[in-house]
Design a protein around this ligand. Sequence first.
Ligand SMILES: Cc1ncc(COP(=O)(O)O)c(C=O)c1O
Length: 420
Amino acid sequence: MSQTQKELKLKHLFDGGAWNVYDPNVLNLGVGAPGTDLLEPCCDIFHQATAHCLEREKSTNQSLIFQYGPKSGNYEVRREIANYFSSQYDMPMKSEDLIITTGATQGLHFLISTLIDFKGYIFVDEFTYMIALDSMKEFTSLTLVPIKLNDDGVDLHDLEEQVAKSVFKSNEKEFWGIYYTIPTYHNPTGILFSPAVCRGIVDLARKYDFLVVCDDVYNILHYGEKPQHARLLSYDVCSDANYKGNVISNGSFSKIIGPGVRLGWLEVPARLKPHLLQNGLIQSGGCFNNYTAGIVGSLFELNLAQEHIKRLYEAYKERMLATIELLKSELPADCKMLKPSGGYFIWIRLPEPLDASEFLQYCLEHEKIAFIAGARFALANDMGKQYFRLSIAFHGKQKLQDGVRRLCRALNDYRKTIKA
Ligand SMILES: Cc1ncc(COP(=O)(O)O)c(C=O)c1O
């Protein structure tokens, strides 16, 4: 291990590595982040929101935005988030249920570290958000268990079988286990969990008293008809006789405003909020992101956030529909693609005996295009070899279409080399 550190002067998360989505020499179709054109208006709208917010801080709020914030985040910001998402979800989101975070990644870490017995279990879909897996693996005393995924969501039989095998009574924390999922426009598969699966998950969570954490970062990105119950939380109904509050929604502005803003929120049942607010992390620091939350509150008050989100939504929708249309005509018939109805991702299965990691190497070499091979999203090393994930978020329609054409051409050529 080197004893000195080199200053690399990197500019973004993908800089300096194999996944540099800004590299003009490689067309990277894998990265799940908004592109340059989508972030460009942020400088202007944040300028206006910052002026609005700081003017008020100075004139009427004793500059409290620079003070340790209230643990859940200030009321005005939570009210803006609750109002906006109530209208998006067509069901009420209550400001008092929210805790401001620095994004869904931190939200998940905060939940695991606060609510789960460290001798407990994390159940995950057999393919899931790969970096959530990386975060979970840091909790080395927890056991991670993959659960089968069907085209309409998690396999309820497998979930129940694994949960029943593992359940225990925790004397340390609120929950002995957690099921982490992305039920709406799943990463990486794009699946929208069906109402029956959502209901089944809530029934199991109540029966075995485990926590369900929904990574809800893509929820409002519907490109077809808006689903009636677009999120799993809406199935954990307060008025049910056996309601306890087993589901937490983990939201973020990363995909709909900009990831650099680092702002998100947890929507938590009443019984769990006091446990979260007693964590030293939030008691010591106050609101996780008080300053930025204030600015984003102004962004909503000035209607700039709503307009920006709409712009991103329209762009994603156009990109997704165009990419799917082209894949439908260009992708060899023996590949499997579930047509996503929202979100960022398209999940493709190659026919036997093709291996997506080897195909990726071929694409890089022959077409200078990249995507993420399926094994990266699996806990078990031998899973997902036939799959790969494309993202529609970063590049504009033309580049995506160009990439898809080259990808499909490369696939046809690659197969010839395998058969030979
Ligand atoms: C499912 C999922 N959760 C969380 C994140 C990251 O969210 P945040 O930037 O809010 O930490 C991503 C980004 O790719 C994601 O796909």
